[in-house]
Design a protein. Sequence first.
Lengths: 297, 297
Amino acid sequence: MNDKLDFILALARERHFGRAAEACGVTQPTLSAGLKQLEKQTGVLLVNRGSRFQSFTPEGERMLEWARRIVGDTRAMHEEINSLRRGLSGRLRIAAIPTALAMVALLTTPYRVRHPNVQFTILSRTSIEILGLLENLEIDAGITYLDNEPLGRVNAIPLYHERYRLLTSAEAPLGNREQVTWAEVAQVPLCLLTPDMQNRRIIDRLLRAAGGESRPTLESDSMILLFSHVRTGRWASVMPAKLAETLGLTDTLRAIPIVEPEATQTVGLVVPSREPMMQITAALVEEAKRAAPTLDN
Amino acid sequence: MNDKLDFILALARERHFGRAAEACGVTQPTLSAGLKQLEKQTGVLLVNRGSRFQSFTPEGERMLEWARRIVGDTRAMHEEINSLRRGLSGRLRIAAIPTALAMVALLTTPYRVRHPNVQFTILSRTSIEILGLLENLEIDAGITYLDNEPLGRVNAIPLYHERYRLLTSAEAPLGNREQVTWAEVAQVPLCLLTPDMQNRRIIDRLLRAAGGESRPTLESDSMILLFSHVRTGRWASVMPAKLAETLGLTDTLRAIPIVEPEATQTVGLVVPSREPMMQITAALVEEAKRAAPTLDN
DNA sequence: ATGGAACGATAGAATTCATCTATCAATATG
DNA sequence: CATATTGATAGATGAATTCTATCGTTCCAT
């Protein structure tokens, strides 16, 4: 009867019977029947439905909470038993904000040395999406901003402080400066992430605080796209220092510190706060604690 | 697949396939098949068996840990969903040490006023057994000594301090005293609990510390039996003050404080330390916290 | 209004899965 | 050495799950 809990988790994710069924690898009538069975067993309506999925009832919400925990524990159990047999193995699912993607390798590389049988899935997501995925057990860990959004029921391990650089060609206006102010940056046409990204919202906030306005010439949800534009020498962008370094600077491409204020954002690892942790996740937390001191130059 | 976890819990309790099967309400082959299925699924041997149950493998022990948690959470989930519908209901299973049995009513009575639909099962057990039952989810809460045994993964709520009285007829030797010493008590023939009870071991320890020896004339595992003997006026016993009061004193039956030292033992409620608690258990904890200040005169 | 698409519920058939009874082999016990 | 106990195995039965196919609503665009 406990495997039906997968159904209600999937339904919470998809908010759609058909898609939830597909996600569970069953047909839609099967999922419908499973939910109906849960409802019959508890004697309570779990889902408000009228020709389509509407919402969970309060009882459904509570069951959802428990289901997350129980399903998570069940997975953790199997994972741990497996580990006892042949060391840490399985697939570690991570989601990171785009600006942090470049540094994920600094965690995964030493991780892989220690635990060669673990496979990785790494997704690029917004900070909000990351928290949702964590909540729904669709990922094991996230890398995101720790300061702004309320994080929910997760453990956070700070990794480094994001510092901002104006990324621009040496020939462009401001291109020869040792540092620039946010007020000056506000005057430059920029390539920035789309507004659903927290990085963009942070930069917008800093620009506004400096009396400027954010009117980016170009928006994208891909850092690679932004960077490739800047690299032509005809565009400019604001990027975290670490990312700019990773992507590579040239003589003509400069990353100029932005001051007044010298803003920083804490970026860190977030994992579900469950006791005990899945070993595969615990090992990542270990790696993060090991790496953190060396990251923050 | 998750309902098979019941099997391994039962097997841990009974250490016997047949009895475990009976406890689960299935036949022995069913339980055997269920375990074999778990082993096939995880690919690990869980139980060492050679013509009979021997032990769990390390992997089995780990799965046992998880199974306790998962099964407990599953129960808690159903219980909570039920509560949302028609208030707190279900059966609250408590085990208490014999000397604390009399005061259980001080918790259950106000509990019942607040939650009339909850039924009770109350068992008399030794302190050791109580911890085992808690561990195996066979009871929801225990009432036992908090000071001595290591408690394990439980939350403890102190209720009161047990103080000791010599229970004896007024005509007997020492019967006219306002207080007696442990050394004096050691000289009297006593009715005491059997040595598997912690209360007995505590008293033995106190008697020995006073230079005496414990040679009780009569042993029993039932407080009622002890008390009924004392009541005849021809026997004496050492009992917690609270218990003596509850059972009722008469002109000829006196409860004399024992000093040098004036020993006390903390008695309290213990519940599984799981987050969140089952509501039915949480309500008992509330009751305990409410009652505790008024209990310790 | 009306036709069509999307969504979830329902019915009935096929099949898988769990459980039972009966029995066996191995081991412990006297 | 005889017997009882314990857990594994085999085959039959029955229950439960899942599937395919279809239906009734609702929503939306024409």
